[in-house]
Structure formats: structure tokens, C-alpha cells
Design a protein around this ligand. Sequence first.
Ligand code: NAP
Ligand code: MG
Length: 476
Amino acid sequence: MNFPTEPFLNGAFRDPASKNRTTLINPATEEPLCDVAAASVEEVNFAVQSASEVWHSTWRDMKPGKRAEILFSIARVLRENSERIARLECAQIGKPISDARDEAALGARVFEYYAGAIGKFCGQTIPVASGGFDFTLRQPMGVVAAIVPWNFPFPIACWKVAPALAAGNSVVLKPASLSPLTALVLGELAHAAGLPAGALQVLPGSGSSIGDALVTNALVRKVSFTGSTEVGRRIMELASRDLKRISLELGGKSPNIVFADSDWRLAAESSPMSVFANTGQDCCARSRVFVEKSIFEAFVEVFLDATRKLVVGDPEKDETQLGPLVSSGQRVVVEEFLADARARGNKFACGGGRLFSKGYFLEPTVLLEVGKEDRCWREEIFGPVVCITPFEEEARMIQDVNASPYGLSGSIWTNDLRRAIRVSRAVESGVLSVNSHSSLHVEAPFGGFKQSGIGRDLGMHAMEGYTELKNVYVAL
Ligand code: NAP
Ligand code: MG
């Protein structure tokens, strides 16, 4: 496999000023993959400066039709290279290859959507009381810093970069230390597809060493971040100094609510993958399952059966559904949660242990009898662990659902239309799904309430988030 290992600056992979390198480890085999250079603070500043220059000279005022053509061309080149992208994703984070292929296609689809959005995203004319001619413009901001995590590295990079470029901004992309490869390939392929050099810069490097320099650079007008609530809070604090725009997509502790009047068997069969997919490393993971008491025992039985059938193993195999955790560190984090569950006497209905002699694998784990004050109930675990609890009364259950500081996603299973609408209104969450576990549609807004974040990715809402709104009044 050919690994990109240098920062992608001004349309080329460059030798870094710093010889600082991180060794990537394949989490399924524990074998080293390659050594990726870390960008220095000087390179961050150079990248932002150059991105700003290309924005002023070329990208900001490019005709919308030409910009759309370039984004369509990026989508095409991404599709042509989708197998390479999927293989790199699989190798660097242990993502099952079938999921990695879907996500490579999703990234291309995001570019197609925003290429098409360019000619459809527009301002208004407003009949102001004083007469005259009043209109609004949606204008690009300048340089956008996109900071992305390791759990869905390629699609998240695409769904920040594509709308930011479509709206006429240039972008400096910082991938997570564990997953720089597909972001670097995105930079390379976007440039090969015709994006002007410097309009997308890609800077591998650790958040703790270059994050502050990127976020506080005066030429960065917006920071678009996906990751932990802790780092999101720091970005918000730093951005407040010069009132930079921010959008933050943070953690979650999403509910899966199953009423007795639903097709609960279908819910039970499909629910394990709503929490264990991506080995639970998903901000939308349905990690708190609320099941109406009359069906609780039967539901748990079907849920456990479906869990035991999940194919855990080598992420390079087509049939694998769950790979390893992303790193030994992440596995330790999850095991600390499991130790806490044991100490508190939570019931392990299945799982709880490691799997295989190599790789950072953990069994999918189902916990019952978890107290509402227990860590596994309250905190985002980011691993293959679910808590299932019975409920009796709808109103009380909704209070428990909303007691979380998070509010990202969730599922509601019922065949009662009025209940579906009532509960959808009551749950404090940015994204909900009735009788399914989908969280994400390219065309629809994605983001959280409360400590799950600020702002929205995807849909036309993302275009709003990457533009400033200007009102112009012309006296007649
Ligand atoms: P994280 O630290 O928030 O990482 C997300 C991104 O932020 C990475 O690119 C990271 O770079 C960067 N970063 C870290 N410190 C930064 C700083 N001071 N300034 C600017 N950028 C910075 O998340 P993590 O440590 O990888 O994971 C910890 C927990 O966060 C997980 O267990 C999970 O609960 C949550 N998480 C949520 C999501 C989500 O989708 N909402 C995604 C990932 C993680 P480095 O990789 O170089 O540190
Ligand atoms: Mg971190």
C-alpha cells in the first residue's frame, strides 16, 4: 500500500520543517503501518496564510459554475479512488472494509450534493417598509479550519470540506493523529481534480501541539470541529477571543426507545448494530436502550441473540461487521468503564472481555441493571457497550432520557403515530429516527442539542454555517 506521509500544502506533499513523526499502528494486527510527519506551528501559519492568499486571488470570486464543475470533478476522482480510500481507512483505524467502502462512497456523494448546492443556495429580496430595494447576500468567510476525529475520518472530512469550499471558502484540514491517511489523500485528489493549490491544505499533527495555533490564527474565520466535548469547549474558549464562528459536533449518549406497540422484534434485531457498529466508536451510538416493561425480557433475549451473531474480526474481510477499537489507549478507556460496571454490580448479559491474541478487540457487551448514577449510564463510552433498562411510564422515561447533558441522536420505536410525534417533540436531541436507526442524511441537518454541540453539518444548513449573511439596501 502506498501511504501519504507528509503534510499536503499548496497542492503538493511537502517535506515538513519538523522531523517529528508519528508511527501509525494497524489496530487489527498491532503492526506498524507507516510514519506520518507532524506539521509544525510554522507550517500551520504558512498553510493558513497561503489558503488566505488563494482565497483572495482565485477561489472567492471564481464563477459559481466553475466552482461547481471542480466539486463535481472531485466527486468523480474520489469515486475512481474509492477502493484505495477504503483500504487506507481499514488499515489505519481497523474499520470493516464494507463500511469503509460505504464511507468512501458517502464522501464522494457529499461532494456531488454540494457541487449541486452551489447554484441553489441564494439570498432573498425583502420588501422593507421604507421602499427601496433590499437584498441579502450569502458570502464566504475566508479560511475555515476543519478539525476532525478518527472514528469516521473520511466522510467527516468531506462533509466539512465540501460545503466550506462550495460556499467559497478555503480550508485547512487537521485530521486526528490516529487517522491522517485518508485526509491527506482527499487533499491530493481534490487538487488532482482541479481545485486550486492551497484552497485545501491538510495538516497532520497532534491537536495538543498545533491545535491552538490553528484555532487562534487571526486569518481563520471559522472553526468547524468534530470530536470530544472537552476539546470542543477549549476551541469555543479560544475562538471567543476574536469571536470566530464555530460549529461543534461533540459527544452523545443517545437513547433507543422501544414501546410495546412497536415492531419490537425488528427493533431488537436491528438495535445491536445501532450501538456496536464502528465498535461503538460513534457519537450517535444508541448506548441507552429504554424498553417498555411488558416486552423487556423478550426484547433482551432477541437483542442478545442478534448480538451473538455479529461477526467480529479481521476488518479486511468482506463479512466482518465489527473490527477492533482504534487504539490500545481507547481499549483501556473502555475497559475502565467495564471495571466500574463490575464494581457497581451491573449485570453482564454478554461480553465484557477481550477477543483474539492480536489487535485491540473487545466483545460487544450488554449491561443490565445499571444505576442511573453509574458511569456506564451517564458517560459516553465510545466502545461496544450498551445499557438496557425497562420503563413503565412514558413521561418518566422521557425525563430519564433528557437527564443526559448530551442530545445528539436517538431512535423511537412505536406504531402509534401520535406517540411517535409526541415523543419526537419531547426528546432533547438534534437528530431522531422513528422505526429505524438512521442518524445521517446528506441532505438533512446533523448536529446536537445541549453539550452535543453547536451548529449543524450537512444539508443546506451547513452552507449557512460557512457563510456570512449580508443585507444590502438600495435607495430608489
Ligand atoms: P479529541 O481529542 O476531541 O479529537 C478530535 C480532534 O481534535 C482530533 O483531530 C484531535 O487531534 C483534535 N484535537 C485534540 N486536542 C486539540 C486541541 N487542543 N486543539 C485543537 N484540536 C485538538 O477526541 P479523542 O481524544 O480522539 O477522543 C476522546 C473522546 O472524544 C472519545 O472517547 C469520544 O468520547 C469523543 N469523540 C467523539 C467524537 C464524535 O464523533 N463526536 C469523535 C471522536 C471522539 P489529535 O488526534 O491529534 O489529538
Ligand atoms: Mg483527545
